[in-house]
Design a binder for this molecule. Structure first.
Ligand SMILES: [Zn+2]
Ligand SMILES: [Zn+2]
Length: 118
């Protein structure tokens, strides 16, 4: 884990999910906000592990289509984040069940079915 702290200092704006120069939903480059996929006590961890996405105001928190009000979009993004986290950080030889357990150790909750694990 040595490199992890360094990476946070270098940039808390890296994403393992998508290009943070475009809105994750509509692709616009205007009025972007950085959204931490897991909030509350997991907000800092979301930044630390690159589980952030860029969203325009409309798709963030300035309309009902925004992720803070649109439950299905929020669920979708949380699933994507867990998939990418597993892909990026877990040993490939672990079973889907073991990979999910690794994710739970860090974020405290699972969002995927075992057959959704990449
Ligand atoms: Zn958008
Ligand atoms: Zn947000």
């Amino acid at each position: 884990m040595a490199g992890k702290t360094d990476r946070v200092k270098d940039s808390n704006r890296f994403s393992i999910i998508s290009n943070i120069n475009r809105c994750y939903v509509c692709g616009t480059k205007d009025n972007l906000h950085i959204h931490e996929v897991f909030g509350g006590s997991n907000r800092a961890k979301s930044k630390e592990w690159g589980l952030v996405i860029a969203l325009c105001g409309t798709h963030h928190n300035m309309s009902n289509a925004g992720i803070h009000f649109n439950k299905s979009l929020d669920e979708h993004v949380k699933k994507q984040a867990e998939k990418y986290w597993i892909l990026e950080y877990c040993d490939k030889n672990l079973s889907a069940e073991e990979k999910i357990k690794e994710f739970i150790k860090v974020f405290g909750k699972n969002y995927l079915e075992e057959d959704e694990v990449l």
